[in-house]
Unconditional design. Structure first.
Length: 530
């Protein structure tokens, strides 16, 4: 008998059918990968296993069955499900910022699951929490216990989520895009960790991912899903060498392609910084005196011309996002910053406001950066209202719909709310919110990390097209060097707040000078380290 058996699973949201009568098994100790485009029903399937969908509006069709170790989960009592959730079946969610409690420290959130399922408290629970954080490669684990989620980088938050999921050594780990927020070197470490834990505990892994490179290295079997149906299944070798379905062939062929647009060498410098520093003080003792500093950004020089793309790469916590926020004057910094030839580092908040229209940002996690209380149209309209663009509601509606069409969404999407969209669609809304103001500079903070490969390729084409059409300059932050290679004219490699290497993208990719850059390239383009 299979450890997990799903038979004829159907999931409806009102009149919309998200999952259409799928069936599959997972055996003890094996890795099964579920792949497909954003919105295909992958996450809905995963959430159904633990009965975490909102019932209603979600409902299972007649005959739907999910059995774990012989126990039926569809319709099971909350008491029965509580015994299984986080204990025998654990889940790593796709968006850690919205999955971690912003009001609780990292220690409290990890210890909670140990207390509930292992009756572990006090020093023993704290020691286990530290052990788990070391296990997932979080630096300075002891000092991180007192941190809150917003004080960690995206990759660090994802590692905390994985630590929580592994706390009780589950029989099955459901990993919904477990490495999307991780840089390539940590991604390789986490995937190796998961394989080691499988071997040690006999844990089964249900892997949901858009990264087919990971699937090829990790999975025993592959399920290919589109529009709520599993259209092909087989061993990993069969799927990658002899795909049968047209959709599977499309997925395997999809990857960011092409080269950056040819830049104008005489284009004016749009954004520049000199000796930029962002130091966060560490206060200790009874009087809370500053005894040292975390040098998140330490003496960084930036130069970005109009119409160009500067790729900023480096491991999680290297200072990439902090640098971007400092350049946009969204956090305090020291050092000179110029935009369009004018110094802005000393400007007040009011003086910066007119410039905000020209300097936009698309954040890493679209679900947490889009207000759940506003429709997509209202989210995009906010900037128009602030900057008094469009004389009335009707004129603004025209601009909103134009922005949605420009990023590849139907104008009717304006009336839907963020939770009604897939991850890729939410990222397009975030991009539309920035573009509707017709900016000159767009900071893109991991804009493709949550997107499947085919949508990544579409987004790269879209960004190139928008850059050609509007002469946009991009500051492109990413851990995915394949995407950076397709977009960036120049690259800046950061480590521990400093720039360790910079120059033309072609030079950096073909002849990296530092060992750190070479390690990044090896992890990105050759995952033999797994």
């Amino acid at each position: 008998m299979a450890l997990l058996a799903i038979k004829n699973l159907t999931v409806d949201f009102g009149t919309a059918r998200a999952v259409r009568g799928i069936s599959f098994d997972i055996e003890k100790g094996e890795t099964v990968a579920l792949v497909g485009e954003s919105g295909s029903g992958k996450s809905v399937t995963a959430l159904s296993i633990l009965q975490l969908l909102p019932y209603p509006p979600a409902s299972h069709g007649p005959g739907s069955s999910i059995t774990f170790d012989g126990q039926e989960l569809v319709g099971a009592s909350e008491a029965a499900l509580r015994h299984i959730r986080g204990n025998r079946i654990a889940m790593v969610f796709q968006e850690p910022m919205t999955s971690l409690n912003p009001l609780h420290t990292i220690e409290k959130q990890i210890v909670e699951t140990l207390h509930l399922h292992k009756a572990m408290n006090g020093a023993a629970a704290r020691a286990r929490a530290i052990e788990l954080l070391h296990l997932v490669g979080l630096p300075e684990a002891e000092s991180r216990l007192s941190a809150y989620p917003h004080q960690l980088s995206g990759g660090q938050r994802q590692r905390v989520m994985i630590a929580m999921a592994l706390a009780n050594e589950p029989d099955i780990l459901i990993a919904d895009e477990p490495t999307t927020a991780l840089d390539v070197t940590i991604q390789a470490q986490i995937l190796k960790l998961l394989k080691d834990l499988q071997a040690r505990f006999g844990m089964a892994l249900f892997l949901i991912t858009h990264d087919l490179t990971i699937v090829r290295k990790m999975a025993d079997r592959v399920l290919v899903m589109t529009e709520g149906e599993i259209v092909e299944r087989g061993t990993t070798h069969e799927i990658f060498t002899r795909p049968q379905h047209a959709y599977t062939k499309k997925l395997l062929a999809a990857e960011p392609k092409g080269k950056p647009l040819r830049p104008e060498t005489q284009a004016p410098v749009l954004l520049q910084s000199s000796d930029l520093r962002v130091w966060f003080p560490i206060k200790t003792g009874l009087l809370r005196r500053t005894t040292s500093n975390v040098k998140a950004v330490d003496g960084v020089d930036v130069m970005l011309r109009a119409g160009e793309t500067l790729g900023v790469v480096g491991e999680s916590g290297s200072g990439k996002t902090t640098l971007a926020l400092a350049l946009l004057r969204l956090i305090d910094s020291r050092g000179a910053i110029s935009f369009d030839g004018k110094r802005i580092d000393a400007l007040s908040g009011n003086a910066m406001r007119p410039l905000r229209r020209a300097m936009q940002i698309v954040f890493q996690d679209p679900f947490s950066s889009l207000s759940p209380r506003l429709s997509a149209g209202q989210i995009i309209e906010e900037g128009l209202k602030v900057h008094r663009i469009g004389g009335n509601a009707a004129a603004r509606r025209v601009e909103i719909e134009r922005a949605l069409v420009e990023v590849g969404l139907d104008p009717s999407a304006a009336d839907r709310y963020p939770h009604e969209f897939s991850g890729g669609q939410r990222q397009r809304i975030a991009l539309a919110r920035a573009l509707v103001l017709k900016p000159r500079l767009v900071v893109l903070d991991e804009p493709t990390s949550a997107l499947d490969m085919s949508v990544q390729a579409q987004m790269v084409e879209l960004l190139r097209d928008l850059q050609a059409r509007h002469g946009l300059a991009y500051l492109f932050i990413s851990h995915d060097l394949r995407v950076v290679k397709a977009l960036a004219h120049a690259i800046m490699v950061m480590k521990d707040g400093k720039v360790v290497e910079s120059g033309p993208a072609e030079t950096i990719f073909n002849a990296p000078k530092t060992a750190y850059t070479r390690a990044l390239m090896a992890a990105a383009f050759d995952l033999e380290t797994l």
